[in-house]
Write a protein that binds this ligand. Structure first.
Ligand SMILES: Cc1cc2nc3c(=O)[nH]c(=O)nc-3n(C[C@H](O)[C@H](O)[C@H](O)COP(=O)(O)O)c2cc1C
Length: 173
């Protein structure tokens, strides 16, 4: 499936904070939707969000998608949070800033998906991503309300075999 993604959640971008601003986002979405109309065939436009948004911000995302008619949400990008990690604070300081992906992100992104799905009454598709390392993790995302899933870090650790495992598990459900 081809689609455009408005990635408003990259933790390495200095204007990250601005991308959580509703008015700015509305303007940005409008410009991208206009540009999309200039093509012979329009592609769906999805908003990719951070896992670190609070409930108020997630409510705003739901309203934003519904008001602008965007085609869906990708939840989520990497996290700026370092909570609940086994790594020591001093080591984390050495490593520095950046987005956290993989297993420590799993529950956080699943809860964002669950909240968005419930709040929106499933009125738009959600692509679930964050910490999928097993077939059970993928099913957890789908059960939380994701329509599709994506795998990044899990793919590095497990390779294409993971896709086969997920598909087999889904077929046996
Ligand atoms: C090395 C690396 C680079 C990434 N680059 C991007 C990027 O350019 N744009 C983007 O939207 N997300 C990017 N991501 C985030 C992933 O697309 C994904 O949302 C996130 O890693 C959570 O999924 P995972 O736990 O399966 O890795 C990147 C992730 C990693 C690990």
């Amino acid at each position: 499936m081809d689609y455009f993604v408005l990635n408003v959640s990259c933790p390495n971008v200095s204007s990250h904070a601005k991308l959580n601003d509703k008015e700015y986002l509305e303007e940005l979405i409008g410009v991208v939707q206009q540009a999309n109309k200039t093509f012979d065939k329009q592609k769906p436009i999805l908003l990719k969000i951070a896992p670190d948004l609070n409930q108020h911000q997630l409510d705003e995302i739901v309203a934003l998608i519904q008001d602008t008619g965007l085609d869906g949400v990708i939840a989520s990008n990497t996290s700026t949070s370092r909570s609940n990690l086994k790594t020591s604070a001093s080591r984390l300081k050495e490593i520095g800033n950046g987005g956290l992906s993989g297993k420590p992100l799993k529950n956080k992104s699943t809860e964002v998906i669950r909240y968005l799905s419930k709040k929106s009454k499933q009125s738009f598709p959600i692509i679930g991503v964050g910490g999928i390392h097993t077939a059970a993790d993928a099913i957890e995302k789908l059960d939380a309300g994701a329509m599709l899933v994506q795998i990044y870090t899990g793919f590095i650790y497990s390779g294409p075999q993971l896709i086969k495992e997920i598909n087999k598990k889904l077929l046996s459900k």
